[in-house]
Write a protein that binds this ligand. Structure first.
Ligand code: ZN
Length: 387
């Protein structure tokens, strides 16, 4: 890792601004931020020559469970509930019976493989309450990748928990992490959902929930409550919805109207045989989408692979064109739109999390999605440090 006070990135094709417009400009980086953008050369103490390269925001993985790195490729052939449903799914049994040291070591490995494939920030859905959150923080120590940690607590899935018990667990958990994300409405009740959203909102933190991952959960929800899982999430006010593999009824219209962001995980949905999220349809509703690699048990946390799969499978299932730029935005600028933070976008005063990638074809978006392997990432820059 090289630490410069300031440096310039010159001669590259920069994917500039929220719309990732390919532009021949130079960037001046100082104190971890993009301080200036211009066509002229900067008088910097160091210069990176990005000739023949694409300069792209560092990728943001919208959904991971990196604790599952301890159980790679275990559970093949089981159904989704047998693998991941709390509290008795296979992954929960493995996590419970593993030592903290092993979980930390596997999580650290997962973060290193994210860095190799261009990810500089990820949103992790961490099991195990406060201890689980702290394990991830230990695993992250000294690594140039930023986790946004959404925790959960077992009390959320206890049906006889009192309002005070839930409130106090949620408040305690929020002292340690960036938000709360329960598994889904199959596990939590309305009281827990209300408390989570209210407390997160009060503290400016993220409330998120898995919805409509498979059709059965949607129809169960409709039968039980008259509302789809997505409608229940919107009613409670969750601000980030995971999956939406099976939107029903007015789900997409309502999500669009409320400008709620969805994280789609097509490779994970494919691996679990639950379907493919209708990305074309979701885009047509002008809904903000992030991409996530989800559970490490059956997917590497590699957004290059996720983007290629998302683009091609969505074109196949919708039998229509999907812009590769829109897919790349799902791993870069759409996060800035969701979080209102200057991360994942190359513009003045945004965080200098940057990839410099060898350009392999004329179309810069497809060059990244179709052609880029880890060896083509020439530089990874995290908060202005060249890794
Ligand atoms: Zn998940």
């Amino acid at each position: 890792m090289a630490i410069y006070m300031d440096f310039a990135i010159e001669n590259g094709l920069v994917l500039l601004g929220m719309d990732l417009i390919p532009t021949n400009v130079n960037l001046f980086i100082e104190n971890g931020l993009i301080k200036d953008i211009n066509t002229i050369s900067f008088d910097a103490s160091n210069t990176i020559d990005a000739n023949g390269c694409i300069v792209c925001p560092g990728f943001i993985n919208g959904h991971t469970h990196i604790g599952d790195a301890i159980a790679l490729d275990i559970g093949d052939g089981l159904n989704i509930d047998e693998v991941v449903k709390p509290p008795y799914g296979l992954k929960h049994k493995i996590l419970e019976s593993s030592s903290d040291e092993d979980i930390i070591s596997f999580m650290r490995g997962a973060m290193n493989s994210m860095l190799e494939t261009g990810t500089t920030t990820f949103i992790d859905y961490r099991e195990g309450g406060i201890n689980g959150v702290n394990l991830l923080k230990s695993a992250n120590a000294g690594l140039p990748i930023s986790p946004i940690i959404l925790g959960r607590d077992d009390i959320l899935i206890k049906n006889d928990a009192t309002e005070n018990e839930i409130k106090s667990a949620v408040k305690n958990l929020l002292m340690h992490c960036d938000g709360i994300a329960p598994s889904g409405f199959g596990e939590i009740n309305d009281l827990s959902a209300n408390i989570i959203v209210k407390e997160c909102r009060k503290q400016g933190k993220i409330s998120s929930i898995h919805v409509a991952e498979h059709l059965q959960t949607q129809t169960n929800s409709l039968e039980k409550t008259g509302l789809t899982e997505a409608q229940r999430a919107l009613k409670h006010g969750f601000e980030l919805l995971i999956h939406l593999t099976h939107p029903l009824n007015e789900d997409l219209n309502e999500i669009s109207k409320k400008q709620i962001t969805i994280t789609c995980c097509p490779r994970s949905n494919g691996a679990l045989s639950v379907g493919i999220p209708p990305i074309k349809d979701i885009l047509n509703h002008e809904i903000n989408i992030l991409l996530g690699t989800d559970n490490l048990m059956f997917n590497s946390p590699n957004l290059l692979d996720e983007m290629e799969y998302a683009l091609k499978v969505s074109k196949a299932t919708s039998q229509s064109y999907i812009s590769p730029k829109e897919i790349l935005k799902m791993c870069t600028t759409n996060f800035s739109k969701f979080s209102q933070r200057p991360i994942g976008v190359l513009e003045k005063n945004s965080l200098a999390d940057i990839l410099i990638i060898k350009q392999k074809s004329e179309n810069p978006y497809l060059s990244i999605i179709n052609r880029t392997k880890p060896k083509h990432i020439k530089y990874l820059i995290k908060k202005g440090n060249v890794i």
